[in-house]
Design a protein around this ligand. Structure first.
Ligand SMILES: NC(=O)c1ccc[n+]([C@@H]2O[C@H](COP(=O)([O-])OP(=O)(O)OC[C@H]3O[C@@H](n4cnc5c(N)ncnc54)[C@H](OP(=O)(O)O)[C@@H]3O)[C@@H](O)[C@H]2O)c1
Length: 310
């Protein structure tokens, strides 16, 4: 019988099991779903980096590794994986990211902190927030999540442009690529959202030079990965007031150590990697759909380009 090994923290197993069982059943898949097995008897692995599985060599019957996470930086270089690796593209996760990004963009756009944090009895009736159409937002990374966020922000009226590795002439927002394209995007944007994967090419993309090319007074929002940013250069830009604020959800070291300056910096908002998460109720269908495709001999969905690392 076809066997799916769920490799994730033990607490996730009772949560995921019924969703995986339902998603397989509705597809007519006869799959035994287990949280432990002899590796030589496993056809599919649903993989979380927190499950502790590192050596795939004994999985001699394996067809594919199905990541439960979007970000695959911790597994993409695993040389023991000799089969396709697929990442998670989950509608529930995407919806969560759109809501988190929209919320934090609106916070900075509307200047809500001044009212939420500064109630002092003074009636500042003369400061009215601008309209979204007069606010330029840059989305760095126009993949599954970046594009969804760009579209939602555009729907709210924001003047949105984006950046990606490959040119996207048909993108629904003005899109840039290449070094010159990034410089253009950073110089134009008042609010910048980072939704790139962590790869060798994106490591410290936001360094001192690129921070210097960001429009003065801009806000940086990073729900992508901590490795995208040179932390010291970011702190220097914030200290100098060049950057008005950084809202950071992801960090080089997680949990972010209590002593880290980000926690106490007046221009930094820290959220604990909660921008979005894989939702088992929708993500189980993504796993099951790829099993269906494997059983039918069809190409897998969302296969990672291991050369580019995402
Ligand atoms: N904070 C959270 O809770 C959370 C949750 C989920 C995911 N994430 C992060 O979000 C990231 C993005 O997810 P996704 O599903 O949108 O990924 P995706 O669909 O793979 O899209 C990645 C985007 O980044 C672009 N890109 C990659 N390398 C680049 C480079 N060197 N230069 C320029 N652009 C580059 C890609 O360009 P092309 O379009 O040309 O390929 C694509 O537009 C994930 O990798 C993960 O790190 C965070």
């Amino acid at each position: 019988m076809t066997r799916l090994l769920f490799s994730a923290p033990p607490a996730d197993w009772p949560v995921w099991r019924p969703h995986l069982a339902r998603a397989c059943a509705v597809r007519g898949l006869a799959v035994e779903i287990v949280d432990a097995a002899d590796p030589a008897t496993v056809d599919y692995v649903a993989y979380s980096p927190e499950g502790g599985l590192a050596d795939f060599a004994p999985f001699t019957r394996l067809r594919v590794v199905l990541s439960l996470w979007v970000g695959v930086e911790t597994i993409v270089g695993n040389d023991t994986i000799a089969v396709p690796l697929c990442r998670m593209v989950d509608p529930g996760l995407r919806a969560g990211m759109v809501e988190w990004v929209a919320g934090h963009v609106l916070r900075h756009h509307l200047g809500t902190d001044a009212h939420v944090l500064g109630q002092d009895g003074v009636w500042r009736h003369d400061v009215v927030p601008p309209l979204a159409r007069d606010r330029r937002v840059g989305v760095v990374g126009l993949g599954e999540l970046g594009l969804a966020c760009a579209l939602a922000l555009k729907g709210l009226g924001f003047d949105v442009a984006g950046w990606s590795r490959r040119p996207k002439p048909d993108a629904p927002v003005p899109s840039h690529s290449g070094e010159a394209g990034l410089a253009t995007l950073l110089a134009r944007s008042e609010i910048i959202v980072l939704l790139l994967p962590a790869t060798p090419a994106t490591e410290r993309l936001i360094d001192a030079d690129r921070l210097a090319s960001i429009r003065p007074g801009a806000v940086l929002i990073n729900p992508g990965r901590g490795a995208l940013i040179d932390d010291e250069a970011l702190l220097a830009a914030l200290d100098a007031g060049r950057l008005a604020h950084a809202t950071l959800d992801v960090f080089r070291e997680e949990p972010l150590p209590p002593s880290h300056r980000f926690w106490s910096h007046p221009r930094v908002t820290v959220t604990p990697h909660i921008a979005s998460a894989t939702r088992p109720e929708s993500a189980a269908d993504v796993v099951a759909e790829n099993i269906r495709r494997g059983e039918a001999g069809l190409p897998f969905l969302h296969e990672v380009d291991r050369k580019h690392g995402y």
